[in-house]
Design a protein around this ligand. Structure first.
Ligand code: APR
Ligand code: ZN
Ligand code: ZN
Length: 361
């Protein structure tokens, strides 16, 4: 029987979101219904609300979530009712050219549920990132459910489903930060702080956090920054060179999505170092760099999609490290809120006063 539950809907561009009744179908082949326990509020949700992603309104928002599998459809063997899972937006297909090359972390044909959730009047909903988890229950592809240790609290675990994984993965997977490496991270929001954490976990020797906000730089120290630079007061590139014997860092991670900070990352890097772009640019932005510098500095310029994560490999491992107190995931949760407080959480996010507000159901 399809179920009626409450969910957070963005009906039109720029309009405040509302809690409405949605209809969640029974899971079909390859699908699962998940009882959501917690879901973080991410910039991407706001971006959907503002029409910045596409025009497929109405959206069912929310995508950084943990919960319990309630039911599964035909042919689902990897998860079962009762399993505690983090939802991911990289359910790998196993068949695309990237999967066939043994690189499922880049899968070009990821799965979402086939059936649609709807409003009561039958209007089909577009779930944010194919998840839609600001809802008591949601329908996803079974491959979007990654089992993790239930000892991790849902408001913490769910954050690994998006921004925190993107940041940790930017350092550990894309940047391949290794023991003794020096790292600089530009932007200390949720993603940047997670990149600091990832660098610490990987054994980086110096971890330099760059931001324009002193409060953010204070918080960055709790996520592993060994040095901080306020780039409104100091030249970030100069300061990073000073801190690294005049050389620059091995890995420079841009976690904002701005041309000027990408350029700073480019110049703050040592010869043969790596620049990682995990911040998401807007379509009109352009970067101009001296071509000879791109050649002359060597190394690599990489982009990190979702931290180049493989959920089945990375989520359970990171949850275990969190449970052993080796990864500060709890620090990302600024507040827990109810389903009807998502709009207020968007405003707090815009004001920069929180790392993550997390809806707890
Ligand atoms: N120089 C340095 N820091 C800056 C600058 C700048 N010019 N502009 C903004 N910042 C800082 C902000 O002060 C803030 O601390 O960057 C941080 C951005 O953090 P959030 O807005 O919280 O964003 P976050 O959720 O971390 O995402 C960052 O990654 O995945 C992408 O879409 C996401 O592009 C976004 C980026
Ligand atoms: Zn694939
Ligand atoms: Zn997100």
């Amino acid at each position: 029987m399809p179920q009626q539950v409450q969910g957070v809907i963005a009906r039109a561009k720029g309009e405040p979101v509302s809690v409405e009744t949605i209809v969640v179908p029974d899971p079909g082949p390859g699908e699962a219904v998940v009882a959501v326990q917690a879901c973080g509020v991410c910039h991407t949700d706001l971006h959907y609300r503002e029409g910045g992603i596409n025009d497929e309104f109405p959206f069912l928002l929310g995508h950084e979530a943990a919960g319990t599998v309630e039911s599964v459809g035909e042919g689902v063997t990897d998860v079962a009712p009762g399993d505690y899972v983090i939802l991911n937006w990289r359910a790998v297909c196993g068949q695309c050219r990237s999967c066939l090359k043994g690189k499922p972390q880049y899968c070009f044909a990821t799965h979402n549920a086939t059936q649609k959730m709807t409003l009561e009047d039958g209007t089909e909903l577009s779930p944010a990132l194919g998840i839609g988890a600001f809802a008591e229950k949601t329908l996803v592809a079974a491959g979007q459910c990654t089992k993790v240790d239930p000892a991790a609290k849902p408001e913490v675990a769910g954050l690994l489903g998006c921004g925190v994984m993107a940041g940790i993965g930017a350092a550990m997977n894309t940047g391949e930060v290794g023991r003794g490496d020096t790292v600089a991270v530009f932007g200390c929001g949720g993603v940047g702080n997670a990149a600091l954490e990832g660098s610490r976990l990987a054994g980086a020797s110096k971890i330099i956090a760059v931001d324009i906000d002193d409060q953010k730089l204070e918080w960055a120290k709790e996520f592993g920054a060994t040095h901080t630079v306020n780039s409104t007061r100091e030249d970030a590139v100069e300061r990073i060179r000073e801190l690294t014997d005049g050389n620059g860092v091995d890995v420079a991670i841009e976690a904002i999505g701005l041309p000027q900070t990408y350029e700073q990352a480019f110049y703050a890097r040592d010869l043969a170092g790596t620049v990682v772009l995990v911040g998401v640019p807007s379509p009109e932005m352009k970067v101009e760099l001296p071509f000879i510098e791109i050649f002359g500095r060597g190394g690599s310029l990489k982009s990190s999609w979702y931290g180049d994560c493989l959920p089945s490999r990375d989520f359970p491992m990171l949850i275990d490290l969190y449970l052993q107190d080796r990864l500060n995931l709890g620090g990302f949760v600024s507040e827990t809120i109810a389903l009807d407080q998502v709009e207020a959480a968007f405003h707090k996010m815009e004001d920069g006063g929180v790392l993550r507000s997390v809806v707890v159901l």
